[in-house]
Ligand binder design. Sequence first.
Ligand SMILES: *[C@@H]1O[C@H](CO)[C@@H](O)[C@H](O)[C@H]1NC(C)=O
Ligand SMILES: *[C@@H]1O[C@H](CO)[C@@H](O)[C@H](O)[C@H]1NC(C)=O
Ligand SMILES: CC(=O)N[C@H]1CO[C@H](CO)[C@@H](O)[C@@H]1O
Length: 365
Amino acid sequence: MGCGNLFFSLVITFSAALITYNIIISANASLKQDFPDPSSTKSAASSFSVDPVIKMPTDLSSTSKTSKRLFHTAVTASDSIYNTWQCRVMYYWFKKQKNKPNSEMGGFTRILHSGQPDRFMDEIPTFVAQPLPDGMDQGYIVLNRPWAFVQWLQQAKIEEDYILMSEPDHILVKPIPNLSRDGLGAAFPFFYIEPKKYETVLRKFFPEENGPITNIDPIGNSPVIVGKDALKKIAPTWMNVSLAMKKDPEADKAFGWVLEMYAYAVASALHGVGNILYKEFMIQPPWDTTIGKAYIIHYTYGCDFDLQGKLTYGKIGEWRFDKRSYDNIWPPRNLTLPPPGVPESVVTLVKMVNEATANIPNWGS
Ligand SMILES: *[C@@H]1O[C@H](CO)[C@@H](O)[C@H](O)[C@H]1NC(C)=O
Ligand SMILES: *[C@@H]1O[C@H](CO)[C@@H](O)[C@H](O)[C@H]1NC(C)=O
Ligand SMILES: CC(=O)N[C@H]1CO[C@H](CO)[C@@H](O)[C@@H]1O
């Protein structure tokens, strides 16, 4: 039925994106030769910092208006209850942190990749993106993420020069400044993204001529703050590399559920966009126990504790908070706080969820 047509128009759109991208690349070709080793973060930084004129085209407009370098926060989400309650909590905290000192947070967009508006368009600024055609994600739903970003970057009018790619299960604990600079992205390093270990597989997508495998940073697409123009180039490649990796049995097996993270890291490196690695960008309870200097709490892991406050990982705790408990029901307001002895990171997380749900009108509806 419509599936073939949809696929066809996807191919057309995507080809258009690639053509645009090729034009950009050829336009930049002479510029690129100025950098003997463009993807090494050090050389990129030094080449740029000695001559600020090079980065003016991106920075001019914003510096003339204001000294702040604002970034736009974008969160990709489906229309599931699971993603929606997380987005509502996320946006609540975004709004609270945005106007505090030190914030360089600009606009916010939920990129909803279900293909149609939902009931929360008025509550959360939303861009509706089309999902991949049936079957194209090969059961790996997060492949919709790069495709959603490609559509948003092509179609939406984004005022800010920088983009923060965030996720529904992020809670902003502090106002976030522009951590990106000198043409580099700012990213959180994940211990489980190990480009060196998978060099043989990665070389299929990042050939020798692009430089050492260490040019691929140990990151995913989120959290990353990166220049909008850089992301416009990276996103179509990210999409392409994700699909190519998913089709490659060796890569699919090696990378599993973090395939699309590797794909972003590779795409960024292919475009010579290095990243400043900020370990303190975010914490992940229950492994990280204190908030410290972190900007984001990422609640991707379940938090299970006994009533003595001892972690019972792998075993359902007498007290627990796990986002997966609420995959098709709304979490109730006023979740029970953890017992004494549970780390600050977990206590803060539950308190912040509670504050959001207490204040968001019509919670649970
Ligand atoms: C897309 O991926 C294929 C396979 O890895 C590669 O040959 C091609 O050059 C890529 N194109 C772009 C624009 O990234
Ligand atoms: C939240 O629940 C606790 C018991 O867990 C109760 O003492 C408290 O009054 C409740 N707060 C609100 C605002 O409902
Ligand atoms: C990391 C970074 O470059 N931060 C800069 C962001 O912009 C402000 C000005 O608004 C500078 O003071 C920061 O140094």
